[in-house]
Design a binder for this molecule. Structure first.
Ligand code: FES
Length: 77
């Protein structure tokens, strides 16, 4: 996803659907977690989200995804 794409998405309202640092959609991550339950720590270790190699911006969304099954978010958490 490019910065231009992010701006275009935000002009129609915010939609957060992925870990940008590791190019991993919450939809794909949810499917992987349905196949085998994973903790936040396991997700971070296996996919990189929230690790020291990334920004960690996605972590509140992943926590909410695990709790509710949501994969698209329209607010900053
Ligand atoms: S957006 Fe997931 S680590 Fe940066």
């Amino acid at each position: 996803m490019t910065h231009r794409t992010i701006r275009a998405d935000m002009s129609n309202g915010i939609e957060i659907t992925r870990c940008v640092c590791f190019d991993l959609s919450f939809c794909v991550l949810q499917k992987k977690c349905n196949e085998r339950a994973r903790s936040i720590a396991e997700i971070s270790e296996e996919f990189g989200c929230g690790s020291s190699a990334g920004c960690g911006f996605c972590m509140p969304y992943i926590e909410r995804m695990l709790a509710t099954g949501e994969v698209k978010f329209h607010e900053i958490l």
